[in-house]
Write a protein that binds this ligand. Structure first.
Ligand code: SF4
Ligand code: SF4
Length: 355
C-alpha cells in the first residue's frame, strides 16, 4: 500500500518565524529573569542573551493597528513578534540597548507594557459578535471596560501570584479555567418559535444535545416542533446553536456570573475547577460597571489577604469559602458554589442519561 503522509492540522512549525537568537539557542537556555515588569531576559548556555518585551493588545485588531505593531517591530525590534495565549504581543531583541526605545515606542502608541510575573495579565476572551453565532454578550467589550480599570495591575507585578482572567459570551463552549472568569448566565429556558423549527432544526440532533434530556419532539399547531420540560431545563443554552428558533439570549434574562479559583497549571498545586460566586449581574454594556466592581473587589481582597505565591484558589482553600464570601462582602445564596455532592439527584433527570 502506498505510504500516505498524515494531514497535520495542529499548530504549525514555529521555527521558520522564530527570532534568529531563539532559533540558534532552541532547547539550550541556562536561565531567565525579569529585569522589570513586561520584560523577560533569557540567557543561553552559549552566552547569547535575548530580551522579550510584552505589551497588551485588544486581541480583535483592525489592520491599521496590526500595521502599527509591525512597524514598531521593524523599527525598534528585530522584526519578529509572537502572540501569547492571552493576546499579549511579544517583541524579541538581542541587543539590550534596544529595550528602552522599544518600550517607549509601544507606550507612546498606546500599548501598555506589562503582563509578566505576578501581574493581572491580559484577559483571555472569546470571539463574541465578531465571528460566532451564539454569543449572549460582547466578551471583548467587557474585557476593554475591565482592563481600562485594571491597567495599573497590568503594568506592575504586585499581586501575590499571577492572575488570569477570562470572559465567555455563552455558557457552554470556549472559555476555560481562570482565577476569575466572567461568564454569561441564562436564567430562563429558551423560547421556541414553532413556525421555524421544522424548517431550520434537525430535531433528533437537538433532542440529543440537551444534557438533562429536557427536550422532546412535539406537534404544535399541526407542525412538527419541539417542547421543553421547563422544570428540568438548566438554561445552559446548548440547544440554541443547533436550533436558532430556540432563542435563549434575552436582553433582560441573560445575565453575567463571576466564577473564581480555576487554574490550568499543576505548578505548586493540582489544577482546579472554578466555582460561581456571584450570579445574576446585569449584562450592562458598554462598561459593565456592576461586573467590574465585583472583580476589582475580589482582586483587592486577594491582593491584601493572600500570602506570597498563593494563587487565588490556594488562598480560598486556606481561608475557606465562608471567609471568602465574608471578606469579599458577597452574598452567599443556594445558586452559588456547588460541591457536586448532590449531582446524582440534580443531573440524573432521565432514563437515557445517567451520571
Ligand atoms: S464563548 Fe460561546 S458565544 Fe462566545 S465565541 Fe465561544 S462559542 Fe461563541
Ligand atoms: S437550555 Fe440546555 S437544559 Fe434547557 S432545553 Fe436547552 S439544552 Fe436543555
Amino acid at each position: 500500500m502506498a505510504h500516505r503522509t498524515p494531514i497535520e492540522s495542529g499548530a504549525p512549525d514555529p521555527k521558520p518565524f522564530m527570532h534568529p537568537t531563539l532559533l540558534k539557542n532552541y532547547g539550550n537556555w541556562k536561565y531567565h529573569d525579569r529585569p522589570r515588569p513586561g520584560v523577560l531576559h533569557h540567557v543561553s548556555h552559549s552566552g547569547d542573551e535575548v530580551w522579550t518585551v510584552r505589551a497588551g493588545t485588544q486581541r480583535q485588531m483592525d489592520v491599521y493597528t496590526i500595521r502599527k505593531l509591525c512597524d514598531i517591530a521593524d523599527t525598534y525590534a528585530d522584526g519578529h513578534v509572537r502572540f501569547t495565549i492571552r493576546s499579549n504581543i511579544e517583541f524579541m531583541v538581542a541587543d539590550p540597548n534596544k529595550v528602552a526605545p522599544l518600550i517607549s515606542a509601544l507606550q507612546e502608541s498606546g500599548f501598555p507594557v506589562g503582563g509578566t510575573g505576578n501581574s493581572v495579565s491580559m484577559i483571555a476572551h472569546t470571539q463574541g459578535w465578531l465571528h460566532c453565532d451564539i454569543p449572549g454578550t460582547d466578551a471583548s467589550g467587557a474585557v476593554k471596560a475591565l482592563m481600562d480599570e485594571l491597567h495599573e495591575e497590568f503594568i506592575r507585578e504586585e499581586m501575590p501570584n499571577r492572575v488570569h482572567l477570562s470572559t465567555s459570551c455563552c455558557e457552554i463552549n470556549c472559555g476555560g479555567q481562570a482565577d476569575i472568569a466572567i461568564i454569561v448566565q441564562h436564567t430562563k429556558p429558551p423560547k421556541i418559535n414553532h413556525d421555524l423549527v421544522a424548517n431550520v432544526c434537525e430535531r433528533p440532533a437537538v433532542v440529543a444535545r440537551c444534557p438533562v434530556a429536557a427536550i422532546r419532539p412535539a406537534l404544535v399547531n399541526g407542525k412538527p416542533s419541539l417542547e421543553v420540560d421547563e422544570k428540568k431545563c438548566i438554561c445552559c443554552g446548548a440547544c440554541y446553536p443547533p436550533c436558532p428558533p430556540m432563542q435563549i439570549n434575552d436582553p433582560e434574562h441573560s445575565k453575567l456570573a463571576i466564577w473564581v479559583g480555576g487554574k490550568n497549571s499543576n505548578a505548586r498545586g493540582k489544577p482546579t475547577f472554578m466555582k460561581m460566586v456571584a450570579s445574576g449581574l446585569p449584562n450592562n454594556p458598554p462598561r459593565w460597571p456592576e461586573v467590574s466592581e465585583i472583580v476589582k473587589r475580589i482582586l483587592h481582597v486577594y491582593k491584601n489577604d493572600a500570602r506570597s505565591w498563593e494563587r487565588l484558589s490556594d488562598w480560598i482553600e486556606r481561608i475557606g469559602w465562608p471567609r471568602f464570601f465574608e471578606k469579599c462582602d458577597l452574598p452567599f445564596t443556594k445558586y452559588l458554589i456547588d460541591d457536586w455532592r448532590g449531582s446524582r439527584a440534580n443531573l440524573n433527570a432521565s432514563t437515557h442519561i445517567r451520571f
